[in-house]
Design a protein around this ligand. Structure first.
Ligand code: FES
Ligand code: FES
Length: 158
């Protein structure tokens, strides 16, 4: 069945079963492999994308549920104000180790910052708790989110 989905501002027609997870459509049909497969069960966060700005597990999102919502992936999140700040802070804190979980981490962190520009430690823990990192980069992730939030405060943005 054909579906029209909007990814990173572009419209794509895909011909797949309606229950196909968005993750597979992104990776296998559209060739956007920045979004990672970890558990396939909603437990690790590696597959996180934004749907209308909300951090969403794409492995648990059937393509027929997306409709006309705007999907943003790691390939384009750097073009958003929060994504740009998060990616800069990630580099400054040298967050990444093996990197496998990091697309999902950045997507969750940038969605957090967009909805809550000055998150507390508890807010960060709450928003990031579903993103697992087997390399244990959690301390650097939290520091980088705080740095990005400071950058938001200094630039006077929301
Ligand atoms: S691959 Fe989607 S949550 Fe793990
Ligand atoms: S950086 Fe290796 S799993 Fe997170």
């Amino acid at each position: 069945m054909a579906f029209t989905i909007k990814v990173n501002g572009k419209t794509h027609k895909v011909d797949v079963d309606g229950d196909t997870p968005l993750l597979w459509v992104l990776r296998d049909v559209l060739g956007m492999t920045g979004t990672k497969f970890g558990c396939g069960a909603g437990l690790c966060g590696a597959c996180t994308v934004h749907i209308d700005g909300a951090a969403t597990r794409s492995c648990q999102t059937p393509v027929d549920s997306v409709g006309t919502s705007a999907i943003t992936t790691i390939e384009a999140v750097g073009a958003t104000p929060e994504g740009a700040k998060i990616q800069k802070a990630w580099l400054e804190h040298d967050v990444v180790q093996c990197g496998y979980c990091q697309s999902g981490q950045i997507m969750s962190a940038s969605a957090l910052l967009a909805s809550n520009p000055h998150p507390t430690d508890a807010d960060i823990d709450d928003a990031m708790s579903g993103n697992i990192c087997r390399c244990g980069t959690y301390v650097r992730i939290r520091a980088a989110i705080k740095l990005a939030a400071q950058a938001s405060a200094q630039s006077g943005s929301r």
